[in-house]
Design a protein around this ligand. Structure first.
Ligand code: CA
Length: 715
């Protein structure tokens, strides 16, 4: 006899299955909850599944077992923890974490399952020193909220919680802590006001009219300055991005000066929150890791600070960097990874309240759509509250201007909409976007914050994999080509992408309802760099042709409707030596190679001028789909593969009346018919200019091979 899938559905109902129904003697099983035997009201059997309705309520501070003869099988509580009844009974609206003043510090932590929680206060940050902590009892108030008020000045001390839960005792770091010791193994008690740089209260972010005005540049704190020729003193650190005038030995601008020269609007940082000490030892950061393995969500990563041993230093230096970037005209977006934790068991959530913060299947197995061994359960109210609180904290405390949600499709719709609402209350200019992939997680499809549900996610952006793969080829098929690299018959699909991928019932194309929803990109930190993808899929092309393809790829991105996104280094043909997933590769693969900027200075100049053109002309940045339908007109009768369109009648208030953009991915010259007038040529495959390069009179224009041509007219 086997009893399996024992699940507490709510406080009064238990399910289980038996494999040998004929021999199962129904009067012989009991349900034990701690020391108590729960009274059974009645049961139902369907096939081999029993549904037991209880007279008494399950006490969640104790485990529950179905006991039958010599079998004893533990009930899984995760369905109970996700139930309306549970979330109604235990939702705790209090602020959590600690609140420091010179006279006292108040600590609050939530765990309805815990039987006891003690606060442990340490002088040192390192567990390896075996220091005996001061143990302070906390008191359980209502809703599973544990509280204590320590009447002394705790600035400079460290703390953890000792949690007694389900007959085990764990030592955990407070998930809400805002400061930590080295490697994040203990919370640190600090006066957060002391982490503010001078004039922090006067720090302001650049303003946008619309999210479509953003040109996002994705980079990594370490990669951007670690190269030996970056010209930066604080290589690989937050402080590296505060150095305002830096050059390589070839006298070429680097790092912050380079980004300024390039002219993008938003810098998106790969993880800057504290990631696992197992990935990067903050005391000796010789290994490399991108950091998509969260450990302490509300604290910056220590290996990016000049002194990870000081809890103040990492916070101060990150704020200083953000302030410097704001001052230089950039918004700062951060990559957040709430969808999973670095380890499914050895993490603070699990130690404080086992089984609550993660998503499970009914058989008790962990949902793993993230591919990282666990998915968090954003649909559970206190997990949702944690995510919302954390995002609010980063935007208020650190002045973060945008959030890029890693694997956003794993979260539920209501969580993402709650975040949008809270951010709007702070500043409606704050961007919110993420990877809306539909992943295999234990959540109904209708409830996932993924692209196919974008109608239910207003003002939230999604990375657009359709434009990405249409332009450069499928990311999973290395030698697959795209529109810009030699694949035919993609004109209709591309046209939809150019027009912000707006859903069109007639053509059955499109994925979005609003141009602010599409993050248009061809490459990011994942997969091959754009240059490597072109080298793999077009290996026999000349270097010149590869460069023209590369420019055409992002030429399309920077002239399409929606939000433009660039992977740092793409502006000088970044390579990672054909490594597709470089998350633990060394610096010499991941770094921005500042010597390469000199080698590809022509490509850099092209990107820079094109970014400038996009920023100067609002026609490229329409914020309403109605404007796109009335101001974007595709020209017909083009040669095969050529796509041409006009942004007409001063689109979106543009100073130019009509802008004509023509892509020719063919390897031959094409002559095309255009409306008869006097056209000013401002973009060729070699040069982008704000002033006319040439006047073209008449109704024909010649297109160079593998090119983007841009013209405008004012009559
Ligand atoms: Ca860390």
């Amino acid at each position: 006899m086997t009893i399996y899938n024992v699940v507490a559905m709510n406080f009064n109902k238990v399910h289980f299955m038996v494999d040998d129904l004929l021999n199962f003697k129904i009067h012989r099983f009991i349900i034990k909850n701690g020391d108590d035997i729960l009274k059974i009201n009645h049961y139902e059997v369907f096939e081999n599944k029993f549904t037991i309705l209880l007279n008494s309520t399950i006490n969640i501070k104790e485990e529950c077992f179905v006991i039958y003869e010599d079998l004893k099988v533990k009930a899984n509580y995760s369905t109970l923890f996700s139930s309306k009844e549970f979330n109604y009974k235990y939702y705790c609206d209090s602020d959590l974490g600690y609140k420091y003043t010179k006279d006292n510090t108040i600590f609050k932590v939530w765990s309805p399952a815990a039987k006891n929680i003690s606060l442990l206060i340490y002088k040192e940050s390192e567990p390896s020193l075996n220091e005996k902590p001061e143990i302070i009892k906390t008191e359980e108030l209502s809703n599973g909220l544990w509280y204590c008020d320590v009447q002394s000045d705790l600035d400079g001390y460290y703390y953890t919680y000792e949690v007694t839960v389900y007959n085990k005792c764990y030592e955990a770091v407070d998930p809400y802590t805002t400061a930590i010791g080295v490697n994040g193994l203990r919370g640190a008690i600090i006066n957060l006001n002391k982490t503010n740089p001078d004039n922090w209260k006067d720090d302001t972010s650049p303003r946008l009219k619309s999210f479509t005005d953003a040109i996002i540049y994705e980079t990594n704190i370490r990669d951007i300055s670690i190269h030996h020729n970056s010209g930066v003193k604080n290589k690989g650190k937050f402080m590296g991005l505060t150095e305002e005038t830096t050059f390589s030995d070839k006298n070429i601008c680097t790092v912050l000066s380079h980004i300024k020269e390039l002219g993008i609007t938003h810098i998106q940082f790969m993880p800057i929150f504290d990631f696992s000490h197992k990935s990067i030892d903050e005391k000796n950061p010789t290994k490399y890791n991108w950091g998509y393995d969260p450990q302490n969500y509300n604290v910056p990563e220590g290996s990016y600070s000049t002194n990870p041993f000081s809890p103040y230093c990492r916070i101060y230096e990150l704020k200083l960097m953000i302030m410097k970037l704001h001052k230089n005209g950039f918004c700062v977006n951060m990559d957040v990874v709430f969808n999973h934790l670095w380890h499914h068991v050895d993490n603070n959530f699990q130690k404080i309240f086992p089984g609550y913060y993660f998503r499970y299947y009914e058989d008790g197995s962990m949902s793993n759509g993230s591919g990282c061994s666990n998915d968090t359960a954003s649909e559970n109210l206190m997990m949702r509250k944690f995510i919302v609180d954390s995002v609010k904290f980063w935007s208020k405390e650190y002045h973060i201007d945008g959030f890029r949600f890693d694997l956003m499709g794993l979260h539920d719709i209501e969580t993402m909409n709650s975040i949008r609402k809270e951010l709007d209350n702070i500043d409606s200019n704050i961007m919110l976007y993420g990877e809306g992939w539909n992943l295999n997680t234990a959540l109904d499809d209708d409830n996932k914050a993924c692209i196919k549900n974008s109608l239910k996610l207003p003002k939230i952006g999604h990375f657009n994999d359709v434009i990405r793969d249409t332009i450069k080829g499928n990311i999973f098929i290395p030698n697959d080509k795209g529109y810009a690299t030699g694949k035919s018959d993609l004109e209709s699909l591309l046209k939809n992408c150019i027009a912000a991928s707006i859903k069109n019932e007639k053509s059955n194309m499109g994925i979005f309802y609003n141009p602010c929803e599409t993050i248009n990109y061809v490459s990011c930190h994942d997969n091959y760099t754009l240059w490597d993808k072109i080298c793999v899929s077009c290996e026999n092309e000349s270097l010149e042709n590869k460069k023209y393809m590369h420019k055409l790829c992002n030429g399309i991105i920077l002239t399409s409707q929606g939000i433009a996104f660039l992977h740092s280094g793409v502006e000088f043909c970044r390579t990672k030596n054909m490594i597709e997933n470089s998350f633990t590769s060394l610096d010499n693969i991941n770094w921005i190679d500042w010597d390469r900027k000199a080698l590809f200075i022509d490509v850099f100049q092209y990107y820079k001028d094109l970014i400038n053109l996009r920023k100067s002309h609002s026609a490229f940045r329409m914020s309403k789909k109605e404007d796109i339908s009335s101001h974007l007109l595709f020209l017909s009768n083009m040669p095969k593969n050529v796509v041409a369109f006009i942004l007409k009648d001063h689109a979106n208030g543009d100073s130019w009346k009509n802008i004509l953009i023509i892509y020719n991915p063919n390897k031959n010259v094409e002559m095309v018919n255009i409306p008869y007038t006097s056209w000013n040529l401002v973009g060729t495959r070699d040069k982008i200019s704000q002033l006319p390069l040439e006047i073209i009179e008449g109704d024909k224009v010649q297109l160079a091979p593998i090119s983007m041509t841009i013209l405008y007219c004012n009559d």
